[in-house]
Write a protein that binds this ligand. Sequence first.
Ligand code: MG
Length: 389
Amino acid sequence: MSQIAKVETFILSIPRTTPYLGPLGPGERVNSRGYLVRKGNGTLYPTVDRSVVVRLTTEDGAVGWGETYGICAPRAVCEIIHDLLAPELIGREPEDVEQVWDDLYGLMRVRGCFGGFHVDTIAALDIALWDLRARARNVPLWTLLGERQHDAIPGYLSGLPAATLEAKLAMARDFAALGHTAFKVHAVVSHDGIVEEMAALRQALGPDAELMVDLHWKFTCEQALDLARQLAPHDMKFIEAPLKPEDVQGLIALGSRSPIPIAAGEEWHTEYEARLRLAGNTLSYIQPEMGHTGITQFLRITRLANAHGVQIAPHATIGGGLFMAASLHATAVTPGLWRHEWQHSIFSRSLEMLDTDMAYRDGHYHLPTGNGLGAVPGPAFWDHAEWVG
Ligand code: MG
């Protein structure tokens, strides 16, 4: 293949009527830059769905697409790509994608850039390099990643973004009537009480539904253990992200003591973060996020999880659908899969941005069938995208 000749970035902004994770609660307000801080977890969220998309072009004119997080400070993501990474990427071969990931990560290692914006940007470039490799062979991306393990990929419903508990229960019942059987809620940012909300959902959905709760990194180990004991009677499949992400030893300790299995890992960017937390052998599920990991690290992290016998439940988040497509390709070759998260309030709108046959129906994701990612920006993308450089 020919070498990378051009690196371009786009900020994709998709308006939404209801803020992510539900309507504003008491004491929550949108600031002058369009962000709000959720009282429940003290975390900053934008009021639009936003991501950063990259387009790589080779010397012979071939194009590859990638995407990463751009929900906060998307211009910082673009600046890192153009100022730090593009000069080192131009002239490299897409075939060397794994070595490219290691080299780009290494550029900022000694400055403590082990995740965050820096590694997000590498994820976008990594996805685009893999897309180029697969397109050059006229094959779907998954064929380069391993043996196909799953035809359709089972999903689970994530989020019931309604203002009141009654409205959430009604939404859950509606989804159950459509055949959905696994539900995760973000009770920590709602205002009804975590245990109260899960008890009400169990009551509404009956004993056979699989229920999970996302705790958004809020608690100490002892607080989370107390909460898990209160939740245990309501038969939870897992509790997610219970502790502040820095508390590695606390997470491992909680896993050994909690009556409910622990899921973690959506904020991890690399195998290095995964290895520290898997070493305790107490996690039950890991949740790699393609928008942070790119394909190279998604594969390395899931292989580590396989070696530890940990089930894999890939994360889904705000994006324009390109890293979602990448996540499905990588998940399709991943052994030890439980279910892939389905953010229903985001996925259907991201499809509108793309030219793709990727779909979610009957509780399953269906991979796009075209070459490479099987997804490229469509007409609506160009209405919502700003070319940054
Ligand atoms: Mg989560």
